[in-house]
Design a protein around this ligand. Sequence first.
Ligand code: NI
Length: 228
Amino acid sequence: MLVCIPDVLDAAQLVSVRAHLDGANEAWVDGRVTAGYQGAPVKFNQQIDERSAVARACQRIVVGALETNPLFISAVLPNTIYPPMFNRYGEGMRFGPHVDGSVRIHPHSGAKLRTDVSATLFLTDPADYDGGELEIEDTYGRHRVKLEAGGMVVYPATSLHQVTPVTRGVRTACFFWTQSLVRDAAHRDVLYQMDGAIQRLNQTHADEIARRSLIGCYHNMVRAWSEP
Ligand code: NI
């Protein structure tokens, strides 16, 4: 399941994050510093040093926005969010086909984090660059994603994906992983569809007893399927 979430960052947050990133000359490093043995040979981009003050300032803004985004919470059911990272692709840069590593060490707590869901938050207006599409393969085929600045796509971290070469301009983005409360992507999909149906029934003031029963089922399914 691939879910696009518009306006994760509002205009002011977007300006703030871009100002931090665009002014961070020395914090931009070769993207291969965090790539595994599969990603390193095909990864050609730059990213912000995870330990830099710029990274921390931008992480605060993004995580604050994620924590109050109902669509993100419904689709991902987050347990732990890896501190968001930031990258950019200039002309000719790309990230060839790869699957993200399954486990990462949380840089603050040192705890292991299972990467259930991958996310890309677009930070550049799509009119400002050509190429640079995120191409994701799943059981339903190949999807090309290029969203408005402030928009985010979330997809199972099990998916093969790539960033196609940028042929004009610079593509700046934020990316991160989440360990979900619900490990199984198919279970998350059912819960997301069910939550969406409940929200619609709430808005249309449908039969209250049936709604209450359905909400109970939703929570009991989360209880049955969630794990620490
Ligand atoms: Ni990736």
